[in-house]
Ligand binder design. Structure first.
Ligand code: AMP
Ligand code: MG
Length: 494
């Protein structure tokens, strides 16, 4: 048997010009311990699981040693944060260890988050408390299983060190994986300095890495913009469909690859409420559930602006083309959203009548304060006679205000060509029983932070890995919080 060995790195971002990053090794920690290694993800990436779980692997995941071929950097970016411009940000508590290429040729960043100070840390300590590390692990992996493009969690470790926030907390480091960490804010950083060469180099890098078809388009950089717009429209429609609230949609938290990133103050809604906000720092509700598509478009307009000088040398022509692309977001988003919401109801024929049925349902759910996830799950169960699966009926009853709506739904379903059984199958797939509810996340964080007990965390991760397979024995993971369990605010935990 061969010796366990670390990943094979190929670091394309570190080959870009020096002004794109600072070379920065992670800061060692006192006494690291492995909490969890994501074996399935490691296998997908072609990373040796035995190595990942070895002492050598642990030292790398904690930032204490560098794996051969790793060329760690902290990347620089700027951002609009809550609408305000910040010309200089960057990885303040993260370093990119390097990139790996999986068996299908897909490139991935391996990044440590919580790995110590960098030139972009400003006043921060570069560290992460354990709570946010566990939260990001749970939620990003749940999102991945639900089919949402997202950064992933390859591993979580404890550091044996204390992090000081409003109180002393145990520290952790997350190994984050995503197909890149290039943000809208990365483009903004160079554009704001009128560094058009850098914008072009970055755009070429992104085209090669994420939008290869754009390379042969008549206007590659416009095609790049359109590509990012299309993926973000899809992504945000997917969030809406699941009742996911990102919570901090600043332009540095929007990846041009179209993956979800930055699981800080995010939350899944329990009761349906379009105005729902959980983030403790979002007092104006800028990033409320219903605002997410509009904010997405606003963010993309800043990407468009950054790309203007390379879209066309004639500025007014560039503006015209970019504006058209940005305007196109609305139709793309609406279509993606309508399709996803109709699919949740077993409707393939997406038209005005179907869209009005969706709106009617959501209005009634708002009135009733109905649990978002369980309402749709229950509708999937009702779409055909129970064919042997466990029902959520014993933990959830549809509110009475849905009675007239159910009639309307059944009438509309008569237009469909699918059989009831087919519809149900498909509905069960896009209406999960299990989502990472806030109170469950809080519970596992508390057990880990207060008692050093990681069993609840492991159980939750494992339960969320099969979100569509309801079993009565796991009812507690599907139930909405009791009043005393409700989490009203989430924190970015920086
Ligand atoms: P976020 O709100 O998580 O997107 O973070 C905004 C910026 O603050 C990012 O550039 C982070 O790198 C930086 N940051 C957050 N927490 C810390 C920390 N503990 N130390 C240094 N920088 C941080
Ligand atoms: Mg961020």
């Amino acid at each position: 048997m061969s010796q366990p060995h670390g990943p094979e790195f190929d670091n394309s971002y570190a080959r870009l010009p020096d002004r794109f990053y600072a070379r920065q090794a992670p800061e060692p920690v006192r006494s690291p311990g492995l909490i969890r290694a994501n074996q399935a993800l490691a296998q997908q990436l072609g990373i040796d699981v035995a190595w990942l779980e070895s002492e050598e692997g642990l030292q790398v995941l904690a930032g204490n040693t560098l794996a051969p071929g790793s060329d760690p950097i902290a990347t620089v970016y700027a951002a609009h944060q809550f609408g305000g411009w910040n010309p200089q940000l960057g990885d303040g508590r993260a370093v990119l260890l390097g990139e790996v290429v999986d068996r299908r040729g897909q490139r991935y960043d391996l990044q440590l988050k919580g790995s110590g100070r960098t030139p972009y840390s400003r006043g921060g300590d570069g560290r992460a408390p354990l709570g946010p590390v566990l939260r990001e692990y749970v939620v990003s992996e749940a999102m991945a299983v639900l089919g949402v493009p997202t950064s992933r969690a390859l591993a979580a470790v404890t550091t044996g060190e204390t992090v000081y926030r409003d109180r002393a907390l145990p520290g952790g480091v997350l190994t984050r994986v995503s197909s890149s960490h290039i943000r809208i804010g990365t483009f903004q950083f160079f554009a704001a300095r009128d560094d058009h060469d850098a914008v072009r180099v970055l755009a070429d890098h992104v085209i090669q890495r994420h939008y290869p078809d754009a390379a042969t388009a008549e206007r590659p950089y416009l095609a790049l913009l359109e590509g990012v717009i299309a993926r973000q429209a899809e992504l945000i429609a997917h969030w809406q469909q699941l009742g996911f609230i990102h919570g901090v949609m600043n332009t540095d938290n929007m990846l041009v690859s179209g993956e979800t990133v930055d699981y800080g103050p995010c939350a899944f809604m329990d009761r349906y409420d379009p105005k729902a906000v959980f983030s403790s720092i979002d007092s104006a509700g800028r990033y409320a559930y219903a605002n997410q598509p509009g904010i997405g478009q606003w963010n993309l307009a800043w990407l468009a602006r950054a790309l203007l000088p390379i879209i066309d040398p004639d500025e007014s022509r560039a503006v015209e083309l970019a504006q058209q692309a940005i305007d196109g977001f609305v139709a793309r988003y609406k279509e993606a959203y309508a399709q996803r919401m109709c699919a949740k109801l077993g409707i393939a024929r997406v038209d005005d009548e179907a869209a009005s049925l969706v709106d009617d349902l959501l209005e009634r759910m708002t009135t009733a304060g109905a649990d978002y996830t369980l309402t749709f799950r229950r509708l999937a169960e009702l779409a055909a006679p129970n064919s042997g699966f466990h029902s959520v009926e014993h933990i959830f009853t549809l509110p009475d205000v849905l009675e007239p709506w159910l009639e309307r739904w059944r009438e509309l379903l008569e237009r469909e060509t699918s059989s009831a059984a087919q519809r149900q199958q498909q509905m069960l797939l896009c209406n999960p029983a299990f989502i990472p509810r806030n109170h469950l996340i809080e519970e596992v964080i508390q057990a880990a932070v207060e008692r050093g007990d990681f069993d609840p965390f492991h159980r939750l991760v494992e339960r969320l890995a099969r979100p569509g397979e309801y079993a009565e024995a796991d009812a507690r993971y599907a139930m909405p919080p009791r009043p005393e369990e409700m989490v009203l605010q989430t924190f970015c935990g920086t």
